[in-house]
Design a protein around this ligand. Sequence first.
Ligand SMILES: Nc1ncnc2c1ncn2[C@@H]1O[C@H](COP(=O)(O)OP(=O)(O)OP(=O)(O)O)[C@@H](O)[C@H]1O
Ligand SMILES: [Mg+2]
Length: 410
Amino acid sequence: MTEPLIALHDVTKDYVSAAGVVHALRAIDIDIMPGEFVAIVGTSGSGKSTLMNILGCLDRPTHGTYTLAGFDVGARTNDGRAIVRNRLIGFIFQGFNLLPRTTALENVELPLSYRGVAASTRRARAEKALTAVGLQGRMDHTPNQLSGGQQQRVAIARALVTDPPLLLADEPTGNLDTRTSLEVLALLQRLNRDLGITICLVTHEHDIAACASRVITFRDGRIVSDVRQDEPKDAARELQLLGPAEESKAEHSEEDPKVARLRRIGGPLPFAVYAMMFVGALLGLGVGAFYNSLVLGFKVAWIPPASALLGEAILGARYAKSRLGRPLTHDQRIRAALYYTLGTVVLWGAMTALTMPDPMWKAILPLAGAKLAVFGLGILGVVLASALVRYGLLWAFSPRLRKLQPKPST
Ligand SMILES: Nc1ncnc2c1ncn2[C@@H]1O[C@H](COP(=O)(O)OP(=O)(O)OP(=O)(O)O)[C@@H](O)[C@H]1O
Ligand SMILES: [Mg+2]
């Protein structure tokens, strides 16, 4: 006979406050075996979240013992519980709790960063977890570029990335509509079935509880019923019965061409990106001049302009990434390079014209015919070449977007 993964014995939780004592949990006994899918239901205030906090080692019982995978959690120090939590438990919350302005991939990598996993391993494991939840095409999106269901799937990937044997979810579908709830549930059922992950999930909805293999009902801090469901509903089948919907069709087949195009070109570039490039150019010029005079002690003409080009590309690409939440797209790099070059040509042209000495004017103004054409082409060539260099540098400093991959049908 296998050991229970979770064993609560005579667990009581009292909250003491100025208003008096609240008996949130009263003498609870629960054993949960590995591989179970348990739904916790009950009216508001019945103690469900209190139970989840104890199961998740975020809180400890007032009385009683909690054993998780053989560890007596209550007997451990705060640090000891944090280790148990980190190794054995994945959390999913109602509000997703993703970091904004941080890509799905980086959000999922986070629990591994806390563990000190090397960057390349972190990335590979986060990509695997996102693929497992069907989000391989959305890894570079920030939470505000994802639907509610997709955000919750990112949160599930984040919970999964450490390979925990236990997933705890407090109302994971509370913020989602029926269809999206079923999609998230189908995913959880698949993880439970295929990977044997034990799941404990709090819900208010009967349809969700119907998909669990066991339903525990709370009232007033006590268990009032504990029922096994031999044939739980299959969320994937329920989803099929709902029939196709506009939104889910878009998610599971090809992207809408209009949306795909907009995604590819990445939308307009904020003016601030150009301003940042300008600041970068000035900083670069300064560094170049500094290097010439203080390090070399003589002037090398190409150093300041080259470091200006580098400065603007580094600052522009980095700022664009933090502002847009992802690297510049191919189209955005072209636009950034072209518009910025045109801007500097106008600025620089005007300044040169105003400060050019008379002899030079006298040499240029009489130009006509073939000579004027060569002069014009020369200028055009310089402009295009500098735009090209800018494009190349922006490309080097903004890691390219991963290609969109088709999703496997679930
Ligand atoms: N930190 C706290 N201090 C004092 N009382 C608390 C605290 N946390 C919860 N309680 C009380 O404990 C009882 C159980 O709360 P709990 O959050 O577990 O309910 P719940 O079943 O999760 O409810 P809901 O469905 O509304 O989320 C409630 O009466 C609540 O007011
Ligand atoms: Mg609650």
